[in-house]
Design a protein around this ligand. Sequence first.
Ligand code: NAD
Length: 434
Amino acid sequence: MHIAMIGTGYVGLVSGACFAEFGSTVTCVDRDAGKIERLRSGDIPIFEPGLDDLVARGVRSGRLRFTTDLPTAVSGADAVFLAVGTPSRRGDGHADLRFVEQAAIDVAKALSGYTVVVTKSTVPVGTGRRVAELIRDTNPEADVDVASNPEFLREGSAIGDFMRPDRVVIGCETARAQAVLRELYRPLFLMETPMVVTGLETAELTKYAANAFLATKITFINEIADLCDKLGADVQDIARGMGLDGRIGKKFLHAGPGYGGSCFPKDTLALARTAQDVGSPVRLVETVVQINDRRKGAMAGRIMAACGGSVRGKSIGVLGVAFKPNTDDMRDAPSLSIIPALQDAGATVKAFDPAAMHEAQSLLPDVEWCADPYAVAEGAHAVALVTEWNEFRGLDLERLGAPMRQRVFVDLRNVYRPEVVRAQGFAYTSIGRP
Ligand code: NAD
């Protein structure tokens, strides 16, 4: 099978490399010539564990290629995946479909022979039909089916998620298109991965429903954590007590500074807008969006409170700026709300992140970037743990505290046991724990 993957970002690059590993021949296309150049020279433009090896293997096997030449990639393909970005449209929160529509038109011009055009990007209901219409208008002769195959991988564990997914969702309307997609995912049949084969609209909405549900789960436990702070209860134990119930499940019950990242914020908002447009508002999701936005703003207040009510003239050390560990993705990261709020309140900020500092530099000006976690503590009035990278889990607390002006530790991810940190002479606050 020959695949053209249009868009070589987090999803396109991982999906392309994984399909090549499954045995397909994949050409990854991007309009960003710099990115393609880097990939061709063996330099992976994003941080994703294991991706460098996988890409190198694909390239060595001759089954993975990179190009800016979309027409050539598309003309020989059995399936063309659209994996371009669908960010929030400025002003109204709808998904911005500019990149998808442009890619559909570019692809349409280059189609030859029967091809399945598959939206892998997260797209609002109706986009598959719009893509089909654009292709028909641009190239009425094209022998094409349009399908939806939303992607559920998580940054940081993207390869494992793609290779061993909980399920594959396929939205399509012809047996022919279904056969192509089943063939592409055939290696997963051996592991009996469930396939949900359905219509276009259902597949598109399934992705939004799943993300909105997970965002709701996070937001729920965050509100319970705030309640714990008032009532003297422990949210970690509550999450465990709830999560062991098989109907609830343990995952996504970690209280923290609010969800961020490249998906949940934009997808919850886009779902809410779609639902409003068709007169069937999803009020629960609208509320989740509001609560989460407020929460990210409120986290700086927690750090200020831990510093005695003000950070004016104080130095704050920040551990982690990526929206979660094992990624360099800064999109909608809580640190983007927290750090500017601290700076606006008069603090100077030093920060360290194992992978995201390069990405963060232009987004967080005036931060002093440090070489390791201990350097952020030098002269600091407080250290805040914002992203729970593994390397922050076992810090030498004595070494951290020694150069601090005062030993204040704000743990926004509940990584440490309070008694352990307090035993080292720190004033320690976390989320929803006594
Ligand atoms: P990204 O911004 O990392 O990558 C998108 C790439 O598409 C960019 O490299 C861009 O240059 C390229 N591009 C845009 N228009 C193009 C065109 N016409 N031709 C060729 N290349 C083009 O985005 P991403 O994080 O990979 O997300 C892609 C889609 O997948 C989004 O809809 C997103 O919601 C969805 N998704 C993302 C994740 C995730 O964890 N990042 C997970 C599941 C689904």
